[in-house]
Design a protein around this ligand. Structure first.
Ligand code: CP
Length: 348
C-alpha cells in the first residue's frame, strides 16, 4: 500500500485499509523491536518535531522512534524559533517556514493545543496550513481537534487485550464491544483532542459507543456528525447520556478523561482557570472501583497524563484491567510505523 509522502493530520483523512497497514506494521515492530529490517529505514534522515505545546510521551516516543529507525528527530519549540506571523502580529509565514524546512527534513511533526491558541480549531487549521505548503509529510502530534497517533495506539492496546495478546492480535475483536467515553472532572482543563480523536477511529471499528458528559461538554458538532456516520457504516452504535453512572453498565471499555467545555474561549483567550473552576463543580464525574463493578469486567483506558483522584481513582488506574501503560508504550511502535511508511525507505 502506497503511503509514502502522505500527511497524517486526522485518521478520518485515511481509509481504513491504510490505517490497518500502519497498525499491522506497528504490531510487527513491537513483536520484534530491534529486527535489522527496521534499523535503517530512516538512515541519514531527520524528522522535525515542532512543539508549540508541552509533552512527555509524544516528544520521547517520536525521538525514540526516529532513532530506532536509524534516523534523528530534531526538537524545535517557539522560544527557539523566529516569530511566526499571526492575524495580529508580524513574523515569518507558515508558507515560507514549511517550504524551507522541506529542503532539510524528511517530515514534520507538529503539536499545538489550547494554551497556544485563540479559538477552537485554530491549531488544526495551522497544521493543515503547514501541510499545504510542505513538500514532505506532516504528522499531527496533537492539536486542539484530534490526536491521531494516540487514537491508533489506543485501539492497538484494546485489540491486544481482547485478542488475548499481541502475538494473536485481531482488530475485529473490537467489533460490538461496548465503549464508554466519559467526561471526568479535574484541574487540568484537558483538550478535546484525545477523546474526540479516539471516537473518530473507534467509530470505524464497529464498536457500540456511549458518550457520557454533563450538559455544556459536548464535542465539536462536525466531529459528532462524522462519528455518527462512521458508526452507521461500521455497524456500531452511538448513544449520548448525561448520567455519570449509567454508562458503566455492561461496558467492555471505560475511557475516562476531562475535557474542556463549549465556552473554553472568550475574547480570543483560552479561559483555563475558569474551565478548571467549572469542572471541579462535578465531583461525581470520576471513575471509581464501584462504578467499574457495573461493567463487563471492563478495561480502563486513558491517553495520559492522568489527573489521579479527579479523573479516576488510583485503584482503577493501577488495576489489572488498566491498559494505560501498554497503550502509552504503543505510541512508540505506532509512530515508528507511521514514519516508516510515510517518509522512510520501507518496503513490506
Ligand atoms: N498522550 C500524550 O500525548 O501525552 P503527552 O502530552 O505527554 O505527549
Amino acid at each position: 500500500m502506497g503511503l509514502q509522502g502522505k500527511d497524517l493530520i486526522c485518521t478520518q483523512d485515511w481509509d481504513i485499509n491504510e490505517l490497518m497497514t500502519i497498525l499491522n506494521t506497528a504490531v510487527q515492530m513491537k513483536l520484534d523491536r530491534y529486527n535489522p529490517r527496521w534499523l535503517e529505514i530512516l538512515k541519514n534522515r531527520c524528522f522535525l518535531m515542532m512543539f508549540y505545546s508541552p509533552s512527555v510521551r509524544t516528544h520521547l516516543s517520536f525521538a525514540t522512534a526516529a532513532t530506532e529507525l536509524g534516523g534523528h528527530a530534531e526538537y524545535l519549540a517557539p522560544d527557539k524559533m523566529s516569530k511566526m506571523k499571526t492575524k495580529t502580529t508580524p513574523g515569518e509565514t507558515i508558507e515560507d517556514a514549511a517550504k524551507v524546512i522541506s529542503n532539510y527534513m524528511c517530515g514534520i511533526g507538529i503539536r499545538v493545543m489550547e494554551t497556544a491558541l485563540s479559538e477552537y480549531g485554530e491549531g488544526h487549521e495551522m497544521i493543515r496550513e503547514y501541510a499545504k505548503f510542505a513538500g514532505i509529510p506532516v504528522i499531527n502530534m496533537a492539536d486542539d481537534v484530534c490526536h491521531p497517533c494516540q487514537s491508533l495506539s489506543d485501539v492497538m492496546g484494546w485489540a491486544e487485550w481482547f485478542s488475548g495478546g499481541l502475538d494473536q492480535i485481531d482488530f475485529t475483536s473490537l467489533k460490538k464491544k461496548k465503549l464508554l467515553v466519559t467526561w471526568a472532572h479535574g484541574a487540568m482543563a484537558r483538550s478535546l483532542n484525545s477523546p474526540q480523536g479516539n471516537l473518530l477511529l473507534s467509530s470505524r471499528m464497529g464498536i457500540d459507543i456511549t458518550i457520557a458528559r454533563p450538559k455544556g461538554y459536548d464535542f465539536d458538532v462536525r466531529m459528532m456528525d462524522t462519528i455518527q456516520e462512521n458508526c452507521r457504516q461500521s455497524g456500531g452504535t452511538l448513544n449520548i447520556i448525561d448520567d455519570p453512572v449509567a454508562g458503566y453498565e455492561q461496558a467492555d471499555i471505560v475511557y475516562a478523561r476531562n475535557w474542556i467545555s463549549e465556552d473554553a474561549y472568550a475574547n480570543g483567550v483560552f479561559q483555563k482557570e475558569k474551565e478548571i473552576k467549572r469542572a471541579m463543580q462535578y465531583p461525581d464525574w470520576i471513575t471509581t472501583a464501584d462504578k467499574m463493578k457495573l461493567t463487563n469486567n471492563a478495561i480502563f483506558t486513558h491517553p495520559m497524563p492522568i489527573d489521579r483522584g479527579s479523573e479516576v481513582e488510583d485503584s482503577v488506574a493501577g488495576s489489572e484491567n488498566s491498559v494505560i501503560y501498554n497503550v502509552a508504550s504503543n505510541r512508540l511502535h505506532v509512530q515508528k510505523s507511521i514514519l516508516a511508511h510515510t517518509m522512510g525507505l520501507f518496503h513490506e
